[in-house]
Design a protein around this ligand. Structure first.
Ligand code: 13P
Ligand code: SF4
Length: 386
């Protein structure tokens, strides 16, 4: 099972690549450099939060994180700010400074509704853009401008215009993992929580038996296996999920008899087919919480297991580790600096924002339902690649 470091899969005992994470030492020196220390006051402010992360943060490391956590939470109160934390954030960010936590769809709803004046996006750049598109009157900050996404980088607005020229009249459904410019060229957006539902809605609304679904080739193929609508796809890939293979699933089942295998729909179709359950990060979390499997593996970004484990202490998580290097750009000190120095502000040209918002609004206007699971065990279905 491939990881960020280029080591071959060697069972599932793999750990995270420490180079991609700051860890406690990084936070300790970052806190000290900012004049923050683990005082009695900090201890009193943060003691209750430690309970949420004690399964992943050893007690000896807590004094490294707590000063930054206390300072961030003070700054949020002083500035009327909130932190929107994606499920892939490390646990000390997710549980200790995140005000709202969830998948990209849940965070988009929250951005549209919040009364805070400042949103700090603890996630990647396209998520921060989505917040700004939905809440233009608010200041939206992304702690690190390098927090990109291989899917968002795979397609441009110019590509979209060419695709539309090639398939006139065919509705364009765009995965939210794209830039504002790409969303602006789309009819409607989708996330992994609602992709099949949005595709079916677009086919009906436009009276078309085909739908363009970009940019994730695997998501498109996985949606094609769930619907009778024909899909036209782009060749984008998630660099994290494309590394999982069906052989990995077989190896996991052989090593851990009875293990329940959950997969994110950015995984290749043969992985989805071999999994027991598949869906968005929110759907995977819900599955674990509702079904309490004795032993489970989440074929997705590795912080997800740490975060889900907080609410499911009785579940044994096997943790192969595929880090998203972009998500891991977001650190506690980055969130602190973002709030303190009001950086980096997300700015979108108004004409682009308005057109992108129309595509997102169409998605948000659809009936709100539980994250839709992808049926597993399906045979691959062909899609037309642009
Ligand atoms: P979710 O919408 O399932 O949270 O996924 C976002 C993402 O980037 C997955 O790689
Ligand atoms: Fe993008 Fe993949 Fe990282 Fe999600 S996990 S942000 S799709 S690169």
């Amino acid at each position: 099972m491939a990881r960020i470091i280029d080591a071959p899969f060697s069972g599932v005992e793999s750990g995270c690549d420490p180079r991609a994470l700051n860890g406690a030492w990084g936070s300790l020196s970052a806190a000290a450099a900012r004049g923050l220390a683990f005082t009695d006051e900090v201890r009193a402010k943060t003691d209750a939060l430690y309970g949420k992360v004690k399964h992943v943060v050893p007690a000896v490391e807590w004094p490294a994180y707590a000063p930054l956590i206390a300072a961030i939470n003070d700054l949020k109160r002083a500035k009327n700010a909130i932190v929107l934390a994606h499920n892939y954030m490390t646990s000390e960010i997710f549980w200790c400074v995140g005000d709202f936590r969830g998948d990209s769809l849940a965070l988009a709803y929250k951005a549209a509704q919040t009364e805070a004046s400042i949103i700090v996006q603890a996630g990647v750049h396209f998520m921060a853009e989505t917040s700004k598109i939905l809440a233009p009157e608010k200041t939206v900050l992304i702690p690190d401008l390098r927090a990109g996404c291989s899917l968002a980088a795979s397609i441009t607005g110019a590509d979209m215009r060419l695709i539309k020229q090639k398939f006139p009249g065919v509705p364009v459904v765009t995965y939210v993992n794209t830039s504002a410019e790409v969303k602006a060229e789309s009819d409607v957006t989708c996330t992994s929580s609602n992709a099949a539902a949005v595709v079916e809605w677009a086919a009906l609304e436009w009276g078309s038996d085909r739908v363009i679904l970009v940019p994730d080739e695997y998501l498109a193929k996985n949606v094609a296996a769930q619907t009778s609508t024909k899909i036209i796809a782009w060749r984008g890939r998630c660099e994290v999920h494309e590394r999982f293979t069906a052989e990995d699933v077989a190896e996991l089942r052989a090593s851990y008899p009875g293990i329940v295998v959950l997969a994110h729909p950015e995984c290749p179709p043969d992985v989805m087919s071999a999994a027991d359950f598949a869906g968005s990060t929110a759907a995977l979390q819900l599955y674990v919480e509702e079904n309490r499997p004795a032993k489970v593996v989440l074929l997705t970004e590795c912080s997800m297991s740490d975060n889900v484990a907080a609410a499911a202490p009785d579940v044994d998580f096997i943790r192969p580790c595929n880090l998203c290097p972009h998500m891991k750009r977001i650190t506690l000190e980055g969130v602190y600096d973002a709030l303190k120095e009001m950086k980096h502000e997300v700015v979108i040209a108004e004409d682009v924002r308005v057109r992108a918002k129309q595509a997102i609004d169409r998605m948000l206007a659809l009936p709100k339902e539980k994250p839709r699971a992808f049926a597993t065990g399906r045979l691959p279905v062909a899609v037309q690649l642009v």
